[in-house]
Design a protein around this ligand. Structure first.
Ligand code: SF4
Length: 345
């Protein structure tokens, strides 16, 4: 493969060997002024993965500069994703890289697709504009496809092979690329290297928090109530003390607690303080907010909390976030980082 192909398909083994042979140390990749563009493009890859997807440059000119920039932006993007170490970002980024590759792959000829397939150890032989792919490889790559046409029962088997069109093979390769990238992340990045990337990381984290909130992504593993934002802590304290919350605050607190992973029963127990507590009515209200009616309600932003007088006890971190969920995410991130530091020492 030529340098342009290696830059456009940087996840293949030959591309990583090529990057290794260029002799760029990690320090140089992170600090060299000559590689500013590669770092900017690396950050752009990660940010694009959170929106419409990664756009690949045409790389058609004779200038080698953009080729090197594109090639080196990939390891830098992987460093950024690994320093952030967020499962939502890893999934989005891996998928975006794979989809971008597919958009190019489906325009390439069978020989090129065959080379890429070999790199992934996929047993598939080209024949005209078709591929005969070994059925075990087919099942492995097509298992995540929702469309019924990918089900093995809807395919013709011939001597243990499934015959598929070239474009379909490119689509299966997308899945192979996604799995390779996702399984390889996060990579081990020394802490001082992550620290040098802080300006890029901070920018991505702000966008990541916002996108996760928009997607309603509640990928919290365990509820860590000591990391809740002051407004929610205040509301919980009032609830525990039997103080009646305003409807808007009750909604904000309930939707927040559901999103971070509390169950309906756990929240009901929290409300179960006052003597006139109506468990059925409370259950109905909480289940409604959790999506029983088909609409899942997201907790309100800080601006909305302020409008209703529900922002209470703003602290330093509040100045840097615009949503109570992002407060919690940031605190979780700091906590995980500190725990990793301690376990390394
Ligand atoms: S700024 Fe946002 S997170 Fe902080 S207390 Fe106010 S509403 Fe809560």
């Amino acid at each position: 493969m030529d340098d342009r192909d290696l830059a456009l398909y940087p996840f293949i083994s030959e591309a990583s060997q090529h990057v290794g042979s260029l002799g760029f140390s990690l320090d140089r990749l992170i600090t060299s002024r000559a590689l500013d563009l590669a770092r900017l493009r690396g950050k752009e890859r990660v940010i694009q993965s959170l929106f419409e997807g990664i756009e690949k440059p045409p790389l058609t000119g004779s200038d080698e500069g953009p080729v090197l920039t594109e090639l080196l932006s990939y390891p830098f993007a992987r460093i950024l994703v690994s320093c952030i170490d967020d499962s939502f970002l890893i999934r989005r980024y891996s998928l975006a890289e794979a989809v971008a590759a597919y958009m190019l792959l489906k325009t390439r000829d069978v020989d090129f697709l065959s080379d890429i397939g070999n790199d992934f150890g996929v047993d598939a032989k080209p024949s005209d504009s078709y591929f005969n792919i070994n059925f075990t490889d087919y099942i492995k790559l097509a298992s995540s496809m929702k469309d019924l046409k990918w089900k093995l029962v809807n395919r013709k088997l011939d001597h243990g092979n499934v015959r598929i069109k070239k474009e379909e093979f490119a689509r299966l390769l997308q899945e192979a690329v996604r799995a390779r990238i996702q399984d390889s992340l996060p990579i081990e990045v020394p802490e001082d290297i992550c620290r040098l990337c802080t300006p890029h990381l901070d920018e991505i984290k702000v966008i990541l928090d916002e996108r996760k909130t928009e997607f309603g992504a509640g990928d919290f593993e365990a509820v860590e109530s000591d990391l809740f934002p002051p407004c929610i802590v205040h509301a919980i304290a009032n609830t525990m003390a039997g103080v009646n919350l305003a409807h808007s605050m009750r909604f904000a607190m309930t939707s927040f607690l559901l999103t971070v992973g509390m169950t309906v029963d756990e929240i009901i127990n929290m409300f179960n303080i006052s003597p006139d507590f109506d468990v059925e009515k409370t259950r109905y209200q909480i289940e409604h907010i959790s999506g029983s009616s088909g609409t899942t309600y997201k907790p309100p932003s800080c601006d909305t909390m302020k409008t209703y007088g529900n922002c209470y006890g703003e602290d330093e971190l509040c100045k840097h976030i615009r949503h109570p969920l992002n407060y919690y995410r940031r605190k979780l991130w700091f906590k995980n980082r500190d725990e990793k530091k301690i376990s390394k020492n």
